[in-house]
Design a protein around this ligand. Sequence first.
Ligand code: PLP
Length: 410
Amino acid sequence: MTNPMDTFETLNPPQRMLMGPGPINAYPRVHQALSQSLIGQYDPVMTGYMNQVQSLYRGVFHTQNQQTMLVDGTARSGIEAVLVSVLEPGDKVLIPVIGRFGHLLCEIANRVGAQVKTIDIEWGEVCMPDQVEAAIKSFQPKLVATVQGDTSTTMNQPLAEIGEVCKKHGVLYYCDATASIAGNELKVDEWHLDAVSAGLQKCLGGPSGSAPITLSDQCATVINQRKHIEAGIRADHHINGQGKMIQSNYFDLAMIMDYWGPERLNHHTEATSMLYAARECARLFLEEGPDTVIARHKQAGDALAAGLVAMNLELFGNQTYKMNNVVGVYIPANIDGDAVRGELLSRFGIEIGTSFGPLHGKIWRIGTMGYNARQECVLTTLAALEAVLIKHRANINPGQAVAAAIEYYA
Ligand SMILES: *Cc1c(COP(=O)(O)O)cnc(C)c1O
């Protein structure tokens, strides 16, 4: 037992290079934003920042959606807010499962009381639009819910054609783009997505703790049909929706929309420092330019993958659909994957990831995201991994990896 009066030492975390599937090192400007002064929730400066954040994330999401805002919490708070606000108990939802986060969508939808039908895809592959169309025809869901980049398998689910299919059949379409946004193309309006949620701790280059979301007008209408404003703040002009009350108060997007909207109806207290961070992440992305940032992620991802192959390691999954920002690589035979990860951390200060479920202990996942989608991060990680693998007597080609990766930065 520790002494409850012990104040421990001043925080002094080590400098790590976070090259796993997230979280990653934040951009220095995001750290600066996080340390700015706190102001009141309804200070006109603060509500001004809230409006700016809405505008900035319309840019990030490639959308005109009025309803673009932050949910306060990690990325799964955005997922949960969308699913609990859209799906009433008994509603049908169709979920292609390409990895761990597809299972998470199912789990949340089940908790909400929805009828869940899955399309189960082998890990390392993606779902085809005709599979979705066939399932829509037989199951008639209210919502199709997908994950774009599922970091558990490193695959990037193509969304545009599924969006067409959903539009054709009048089905709402939601996507969790946490791991893919800002590192891979995402066009919310063009691809007919009705709801998208994300997080900061992948390619947006911030800490976890804020979930940007966007909702189409149609999706907002569906949610507003369930609006029940809290008794303590309700006024005469507020009329309850016809639909069933949303089961969560914190994740009630009908009320959250009113908090971000012109009425500014009090809901939670906006997480000021996280809003500053989210704002800076979006500014960095838009300033550098979406195409440039995505190309930088592709360059880093391709360089890393080429280095791993040159080292004589085997990549995981269908490479046609690989996310730009994270690669899965098989742990070589007779090598203790966790021991190698441990030595990368203790000797080099570099963190890489393991995986979940059927891939646990079989692959490592190495990310190049946000601030770390840079040449020096790629080269240092390859050099360090090679050194540790040589120490563990793995059957690799020494001296090849860094040279192969450098070619991508000629
Ligand atoms: C990393 C990741 C998340 C993270 O969720 P948190 O609640 O922020 O931990 C969610 N979805 C996907 C697809 C991810 O890759």
